[in-house]
Design a protein around this ligand. Structure first.
Ligand code: HEM
Length: 127
């Protein structure tokens, strides 16, 4: 269980940071050929969130919060895969900011769930 939590945390962190860095490059007009890689990393981020949700259900820990993480893990790719068609034109920056905020929130929510699972795991070991 501990290894599964660590693996999910690493996947969440590595994919999240890489997504953010690539996103900043895109925003400044660079490396647009790497959008498919960005989308693949997005799928890994979602996978890491699902792993955390599965661990949470298995350990019967923070299950309400895990439901929020699961819902958010669906919003991230839904927005990511449709965002190029949303508000094309001068208002598109709002979608870009929304995409960034939804992505950062996904990293934050996944991180909080991982912390709660780690804390519960430590309590279980002490008991
Ligand atoms: C499944 C998840 C994701 C998908 C499918 C996805 C998809 C995309 C696509 C297609 C673009 C290019 C849009 C354009 O050229 O107009 C983009 C840009 C960007 N992405 Fe993502 N993304 C995902 C997750 C994330 C996450 C988690 C973050 C941040 C932590 C992020 C940050 C950005 C940023 C800053 C940009 C540049 C600004 C923009 O065009 O919105 N993305 N993403």
């Amino acid at each position: 269980m501990k290894i599964a939590i660590i693996a999910s945390r690493v996947l969440l962190g590595v994919s999240g940071v890489a997504l953010l860095l690539l996103g900043i490059l895109f925003w400044t007009g660079h490396a647009l050929t790497l959008v498919p890689l960005h989308m693949l990393l997005g799928a890994l981020l979602v996978l890491s969130m699902w792993m955390l949700v599965a661990i949470s259900l298995h350990a019967r820990t923070a299950m309400g919060f895990a439901a929020v993480v699961l819902a958010w893990s669906l919003i991230v790719p839904l927005l990511g895969m449709t965002q190029m068609q949303l508000l094309p034109g001068s208002g598109h920056w709002m979608i870009q900011v929304l995409h960034l905020l939804v992505g950062i929130a996904a990293m934050g929510l996944g991180g909080v769930l991982a912390k709660r699972l780690t804390a519960q795991q430590a309590r279980d070991v002490m008991a």
